[in-house]
Design a protein around this ligand. Structure first.
Ligand SMILES: Nc1ncnc2c1ncn2[C@@H]1O[C@H](COP(=O)(O)OP(=O)(O)OP(=O)(O)O)[C@@H](O)[C@H]1O
Ligand SMILES: [Mg+2]
Length: 323
């Protein structure tokens, strides 16, 4: 269990973390989301005692990091994959950590095998690719078989197989009753991995809720209907007291009515339907909706945005339709 209480961190004028209070429970994967500069990495550094809070408190199973006797047995963390001694072999890097933390040497080949780096165990991390570095960082986090794991953007640079592996690993660690706290900007990946979410913006807590509730509360759910007779269908729905909105692509959208009821109404009036699909927003849409006001770093797009470019190249349309 990780507990934050009024956690605050200032760097001069900048309030990086602003009165954060929440808990990360064992047994589930908790996703930690927020726009660039929201304060995620700072929170994680404060947890590991790498920085001191300006105010408030942060505890691991009731204690501060520096009060833990064998910290690597309590909490394993991956913050920056490249923060290893580049000239020492991957094996020796892990061996040093094991020896200085009372962890048996047999754990070193075990974790190297778990992350798929056995073949390069004797090689120096200096020459590792980004993904190999991430894997070594994950091996390091798992070295002490900790009850709590914390990863800051662990899938950054991993190939699809690696991303899938990290997802399965995190879910497995949570299923074993461990506390798993992970930040990421990859929303589709996060929606597959995490059960609980903590969202922050400009250092402040914006949501602390289940994945399902977060998407439900921050997005619109509706049913999309397509028919060759949109006007007739709209009238039928109107008579039944159901407002339908006509969208520019020719479809109708209906909120707060089950798809089954809409299908039955269409059938009663012998109206052909080409589509009857409940639409649930993605985590990405819900996240962008919630955090729109707290994004600090915006890119400026040109008039010719991605949509225009895709259309211009003539392949975007086909790809869209082919999905
Ligand atoms: N050591 C530091 N000195 C001064 N400012 C800092 C320091 N560390 C972080 N900050 C500032 O605190 C804010 C939060 O940064 P942080 O790295 O925690 O954000 P983040 O949520 O991890 O962002 P990202 O998604 O880009 O990794 C930023 O405005 C950053 O510039
Ligand atoms: Mg960060």
């Amino acid at each position: 269990m990780i507990e934050l209480e009024g956690l605050t961190k200032r760097y001069g004028e900048k309030v990086a973390v602003d009165h954060l209070t929440f808990s990360v429970r064992p047994g589930v994967v908790t996703g930690f989301l927020g726009p660039n500069g929201a304060g995620k990495s700072t929170t994680m550094r404060l947890l590991l005692g790498l920085d001191r809070p300006t105010a408030g408190d942060i505890r691991i199973d009731g204690r501060h990091y520096d009060q833990l006797r064998d910290p690597l047995n309590y909490i394993g963390a991956l913050l920056e994959a490249k923060s290893v001694h580049g000239g020492r072999s991957a094996y020796n890097h892990l061996l040093c950590l094991a020896q200085s933390n009372g962890i048996p040497e047999r754990r070193v080949p075990e974790v190297l095998d778990m992350v798929g780096l056995t073949a390069v165990a004797k090689k120096r991390p200096k020459g590792f690719s980004l993904g190999m570095g991430q894997r070594l960082g994950i091996a390091q986090a798992l070295l002490g078989d900790p009850r709590i794991v914390m990863f800051d953007e662990p899938v950054n640079g991993l190939d699809p197989e690696g991303i899938h592996w990290v997802r399965t690993l995190m879910q497995q660690l949570a299923a074993e009753g461990r506390t798993v706290f992970v930040s990421s900007h990859l929303m589709s990946e996060m929606s597959l991995t995490a059960e609980h979410l903590v969202v922050i913006g400009q250092g402040k807590l914006m949501a602390d809720t289940s994945m399902a509730a977060f998407i439900h509360e921050n997005s619109r759910t509706y049913v999309r209907l397509r028919t060759p007779e949109p006007e007739r269908l709209r009238n039928v729905l109107h008579t039944a007291g159901i407002p339908a909105v006509a969208v520019s692509d020719g479809s109708l959208e209906v909120e707060n009515v089950a798809a089954a009821r809409l299908g039955e109404l269409a059938a009663e009036h012998r109206i052909v339907l080409h589509e009857l699909s409940p639409q649930q927003a993605s985590l990405e849409e819900a996240f962008m909706q919630l955090t729109a006001g707290s994004v600090e770093y915006h890119a400026h797009t040109t008039a010719e945005g991605p949509e225009a470019r895709r259309g211009g190249q003539g392949w975007g349309q086909g790809w869209q339709e082919g999905r």
